[in-house]
Design a protein around this ligand. Structure first.
Ligand code: SAM
Length: 270
């Protein structure tokens, strides 16, 4: 494949899949879903999810009634996605097409189609350069359509070691934020952080308007990767509400571990 080739994400697959139900991932997925929901067109919309992974967001959108094309280059991740699909209603399953493909050759997988909603969440950090990926993604956004990008936030890199009392880690992350922005992430993969303003400029340079951006996981970023969700559903709900609110409140959103940028192409949907 043009730019994946087993991918820099390769070594992270097992830890990623094993921790899907843990607090860190639950906060991330729930926040991304809530943030996106504020901008979605009425269902049924057409959705492209690039680097869909295990399919958490793609499945939520299919359950809403949207028609989803999910692109995922990794065989194991596609298998995890198919396993999730197999537990869903036949109606929901029928709304999802899972396709082997990758950034670098996206047009092969989409065959030139455009979509009301294009998601690329948690993928840019595994690419050396976000610019070509954003150009490819923008080309798939229909008139009036949305682009949802979730990336590692270079402005929040020192937060996690700081919350954990790892003072040398804070210094390393601040150095990385000033230099190449590369860092070892929680699933043991070398990744790269972006700045929201730079990604916003790239998106605007292709004619899209930035509609909003959010921080994702601020308050709970220090918890250990194996921390489970609280047993008490009311406590989890309160935690998610708190994360959701700081994720759209300055200055807190600035230092979220991820940022979620939502942009729109002008024109009428459908
Ligand atoms: C951290 S997972 C995110 C999965 C999902 N989008 C989510 O947010 O839950 C990163 C995914 O990006 C995929 N990926 C890595 N490089 C890619 C590329 N060049 N094109 C498309 N997907 C890629 C990986 O295979 C993996 O499934």
């Amino acid at each position: 494949m043009a730019c994946y080739e087993g991918g820099s994400f390769g070594g992270g697959i097992n830890p990623w899949l094993e921790r899907l139900g843990k607090l860190r991932n639950v906060v991330r997925q729930e926040l991304v879903a809530r943030q996106l929901a504020r901008h979605l067109p009425p269902s049924p919309a057409t959705v492209l999810d690039v680097g869909a992974g295990q399919g958490t967001q793609a499945v939520r959108l299919a359950q809403r009634g949207d028609r989803v094309v999910a692109i995922e280059p990794d065989r194991e991740m596609r298998a995890a996605f198919r396993e999730t699909l197999s537990g869903l209603s036949a109606e929901t399953m029928a709304r999802v097409s899972l396709v082997d493909g990758a950034l670098g050759e996206l047009a092969d997988a989409t065959r030139g189609d455009t979509f009301d909603v294009v998601c690329c969440q948690g993928v840019l950090m595994y690419l050396d350069d976000p610019a070509p990926a954003i150009a490819e993604l923008v080309a798939t956004v229909a008139p009036g359509g949305l682009l949802s990008l979730v990336a590692r936030n270079a402005d929040g890199m020192a937060l996690r070691p700081g919350l954990r009392g790892d003072w040398q880690g804070v210094q390393r992350m601040l150095d990385a934020a000033q230099h190449d922005r590369r860092y070892p992430n929680e699933i043991g993969v070398e990744a790269r952080a972006d700045r929201v303003d730079e990604i916003a400029s790239l998106v605007r340079s292709h004619g899209l308007e930035v509609e909003a951006w959010y921080g994702v996981r601020v308050l709970t970023d220090g918890v250990d990767a194996e921390t489970p969700v609280p047993n008490d559903p009311a406590e989890l709900a309160a935690l998610l509400d708190a994360e959701d609110r700081v994720g759209r409140t300055d200055p807190y959103r600035r230092v979220g571990t991820l940022f979620h940028l939502i942009a729109r192409r002008s024109g009428r949907v459908g």
